[in-house]
Design a protein around this ligand. Sequence first.
Ligand SMILES: NC(=O)c1ccc[n+]([C@@H]2O[C@H](COP(=O)([O-])OP(=O)(O)OC[C@H]3O[C@@H](n4cnc5c(N)ncnc54)[C@H](OP(=O)(O)O)[C@@H]3O)[C@@H](O)[C@H]2O)c1
Length: 274
Amino acid sequence: MNQTITLTNGKEIPVLGYGTWRNTDPDECKNGVKWALEYGYRHIDTAQMYGNEEMVGEGIRLSGVKREEIFLTSKLNNDNHGYENAKRTIDESLARLGTEYMDLFLIHWPFVQGHEEDWVENNIETWRAFEEAYDAGKLKAIGLSNFKVEHLESLLPHCRIKPMVNQLRLHPGVLQEETVAMSREAGMAIEAWSPLSPIPQMQEDEAVVEMTEKYHRTIAQILLRYCVQKEWIPLTKSVHEDRIKENAAIFDFKLDEEDMDYLDQWQWQGDVFL
Ligand SMILES: NC(=O)c1ccc[n+]([C@@H]2O[C@H](COP(=O)([O-])OP(=O)(O)OC[C@H]3O[C@@H](n4cnc5c(N)ncnc54)[C@H](OP(=O)(O)O)[C@@H]3O)[C@@H](O)[C@H]2O)c1
């Protein structure tokens, strides 16, 4: 359950993360975080954009799990890009979360409104604020989210401290192979967001339904296990206690090569919002 991956700076990141996107109801959000920690998750993912950093902080405190046992991530909102904004808003996130440090802070999106012309320079300047906060110990690791090849190519040569993570939409049918390969070459660990997107389509897929019978697992568990075997760090969200528990039970079985291959070639029919 507490399997970890070592980031380039030696910090351990738990391979299963509890996500909080769309958790804006205070009770749902606090309880979700609390249940996740009770069921053994030690990695929580939020973002300034989700508007729930305070609730996440409260959920953590409610759980009684010690802060130092938890890997806590947040992300820079799109309207906080730029050196001065980023510098200021890192402190705001810390205050909302009620913590002295974040384990990981990410640039949420590389290309944001208002910076259509200067997005390259804008990301470089933003990153400088991340590096300073890392040096100051406010951020224990720093990284990127949704950065594709062209975004990586334009930022990486300017980084004094290299990003340690790239958080991407990843699941069967959305493999982003070029971006993943480039991120890994640059030393980044890969996180997978919305890993359960294929569930509705997979419910109609005979081969996947057969897998659920073969492994005695749900489609959600198969999808999360797939991520772990791809060496992606899945972030998964539910507001339901039973699902939060179910989604954590992925470390005591292994998908065989044939099933991994099937999922690798599986075609996603949904929208791709990257
Ligand atoms: N970097 C980015 O741009 C970005 C973008 C999107 C998300 N993220 C992060 O990644 C996290 C995960 O993505 P996601 O929120 O889209 O979650 P997900 O884990 O892919 O889940 C999607 C939906 O599946 C349902 N679900 C959860 N467990 C289930 C189960 N066992 N069986 C059936 N349905 C289940 C959930 O609904 P219920 O809550 O009703 O159970 C949830 O709304 C986010 O919460 C966020 O932290 C990052």
